[in-house]
Design a protein around this ligand. Structure first.
Ligand code: BGC
Length: 574
């Protein structure tokens, strides 16, 4: 009897599902032959006034009820899923489950490959993890053009200082992300070029400079059909970015023809600016809410709803529900290998004399200098930071490559040799002085140094902290022909390199992500050609361009930063 009842319940459920599915398939908005925008309009026409308004604001932030960084309520009646937004531009940030996603090379790093296929692989690799985490929007890529070398977020942006590089590469990144049923988000629109006073500074920049220097990466994003953009914290010409009719409505939506939607950066909404071009307040409803929106014309609300839904139809979110949960562990060896390849492709050989590189794999006595070789910093900080489950230290990758047992500085084992190939590896954290002249102990010193940066502040200078510049200088002064000095630097952008003359080789891998160890080792030993190229200029000294305070960080307590340099920043100035 029990079995019969259970069976009939199951049959009823199956029939109900089939009817529901066929009903939804008959709805005009479920017709995949129609244009995504037409489907979005058809669905919008079915929505009540409350449902429409409910799409124009969101909730944050990684709580039990709203597990993603940003969330928009679902409308189950119409099979509209909750919109699930997550940081960031170099991988899925999961503060609740750190280590469950891959820490990818940063945007600037991927750009240093100058390879479209690398950006595509980067977008696909990240997009896949967002999908597997159940998210349907990736809050990236970051695409601002680097104007200020010390900007704390330069590492996130894939344009470097060249608008055309950004214009090209953003398209592959977006194609990659959106191929995984995840809507991409180009940010931060626009002129979010410094973190100092980012919430109050007015970036005063003329129209031609905006169009020729700062908009092209966003134009590239539009050409790649990006579903969403994020307006920034700063003001542009005295008007907050998220209520700036000139940059949002006139430039972005009318002149550039963007027909996706604009969400605010987190807390960057300052008014009910729907008619100025903002479609969605994130992650709150201080201005965009059920009551306030009643004061706005219905056509503006309808337009924003259509814009929001269009991208979700375009990437397939509406046709194939995403069954995944944020609690999944989505990193893997395969994903790590892709991240490694991207880091390899993005590594730049800045100098190589005396045939210092590639290194030989036998009879090599190497001293590896610097904590960065043992506990490397592979990422910048802020909302875009991803905590990797595991980073293989470059020191161990080098030991593995040379067939030497791994040395472990945490247990005091600082040196090992192989009994069959003549290789030896020694570790020095930088605190021990180099030998006065080239001793027979080593053929090569590989120095690892790093500096990082974070969202929320600009870098105080372009130097390396914690004595790294000093020990690099000291090692550079060791004399002796057979003793080579190779430097690997990981940086979030431009740095000063006063010790460069003392080095035989210099490699740069920016913010290389979790697979740094094997990636840089493959480059050092010639398994991989270091084919990356600089996407921005490294100055000879601080503020070499002699920008006035009025340009950066701005006058009136940093309230006004004026782009009087026009096009002439970075390599165009040089
Ligand atoms: C950042 C955005 C990020 C958002 C959500 C903001 O502080 O500027 O890039 O997506 O936070 O975490």
């Amino acid at each position: 009897m029990k079995t019969i009842i259970l069976l009939s319940v199951a049959v009823c459920l199956v029939i109900a599902t089939v009817i529901a599915e066929s009903n939804s398939k008959q709805q005009p908005w479920m017709n995949t032959n129609l244009d995504p925008k037409d489907r979005a309009r058809a669905l919008m026409n079915q929505m009540t006034a409350e449902e429409k308004k409910g799409m124009l604001y969101g909730y944050g932030c990684q709580s039990k009820e709203w597990p993603y960084v940003g969330n928009v309520a679902a409308i189950p009646r119409l099979n509209i899923p909750s919109l699930k937004y997550n940081d960031g531009p170099q991988g899925f940030r999961d503060d609740a489950m750190p280590g469950s996603t891959t820490a990818w090379p940063s945007g600037l790093t991927a750009a240093a490959s100058w390879q479209r296929e690398t950006l595509q692989a980067w977008g696909e690799g990240m997009g896949k993890e967002f999908y597997l985490k159940g998210a349907n929007v990736q809050l990236g890529p970051g695409v601002c053009v680097a104007r200020i070398p010390r900007n704390g977020r330069n590492f996130e942006y894939l344009s470097g200082e060249d608008p055309f590089l950004g214009y090209v590469l953003v398209q592959d990144a977006i194609n990659g992300i959106q191929s995984q049923q995840v809507v991409a988000n180009a940010k931060h629109y626009v002129n979010n070029n410094q973190e100092t006073n980012r919430g109050s500074v007015s970036e005063n920049v003329d129209e031609r400079t905006r169009f020729e220097m700062y908009y092209p990466p966003f134009v590239g994003a539009i050409e790649a059909n990006v579903g969403s953009m994020m307006c920034s914290y700063n003001k542009i010409n005295h008007v907050y970015s998220c209520e700036n009719n000139g940059t949002l409505m006139t430039d972005l939506k009318v002149r550039m023809g963007f027909d996706g939607y604009v969400m605010s950066d987190w807390g960057a909404t300052h008014s009910l600016s729907i008619e100025q071009g903002l479609d969605q307040e994130m992650p709150s409803n201080n201005f965009f809410n059920q009551t306030n929106l009643d004061s706005k014309p219905q056509h503006a609300i309808d337009d924003s709803v259509v814009r929001i839904l269009t991208g979700f139809f375009a990437v397939g979110v509406m046709d194939k529900p995403n069954p995944n949960q944020i609690s999944s562990n989505v990193t893997s060896i395969e994903q790590n290998d892709i991240a490694q390849k991207i880091s390899e492709n993005s590594t730049i050989l800045l100098k190589n004399v005396n045939e210092a590189l590639p290194l030989q794999k036998t009879n090599l006595k190497v001293v590896v200098v610097g904590a960065q070789s043992w506990q490397p910093v592979v990422h910048g900080g802020g909302s875009g930071q991803v905590v990797p489950a595991w980073v293989k230290p470059p020191l161990w990758s080098i030991c593995d490559m040379l067939g030497v047992d791994r040395i472990d500085p945490s247990t005091g084992t600082l040196s090992k040799c192989s009994s069959d190939n003549g290789n030896c590896v020694t570790y020095n954290d930088g605190s021990q002085n180099p030998p006065g002249t080239a001793s027979k102990d080593y053929n090569v010193a590989i120095l690892f140094i790093q500096t990082s940066s974070s969202e929320g502040s600009d870098r105080p200078n372009l130097s390396f902290a914690n004595g790294q510049d000093q020990y690099t200088t000291n090692w550079g002064q060791v004399k002796g022909n057979s003793f080579r000095k190779v430097l690997v630097m990981s940086t979030p952008g431009a740095v000063l390199t006063p010790w460069a003359d003392g080095m035989d080789s210099i490699l740069l891998n920016f913010m290389p992500g979790q697979a740094m160890g094997d990636a840089i080792t493959n480059v050092l030993f010639g398994e991989v050609n270091p084919s990356g190229k600089l996407p921005l200029t490294f100055p000879n000294k601080e503020n070499e361009q002699e920008m006035a305070v009025a340009q950066y960080p701005g006058l009136q307590n940093g309230e006004n930063a004026t782009y009087s340099e026009g096009f002439f920043f970075g390599y165009r100035w040089y």
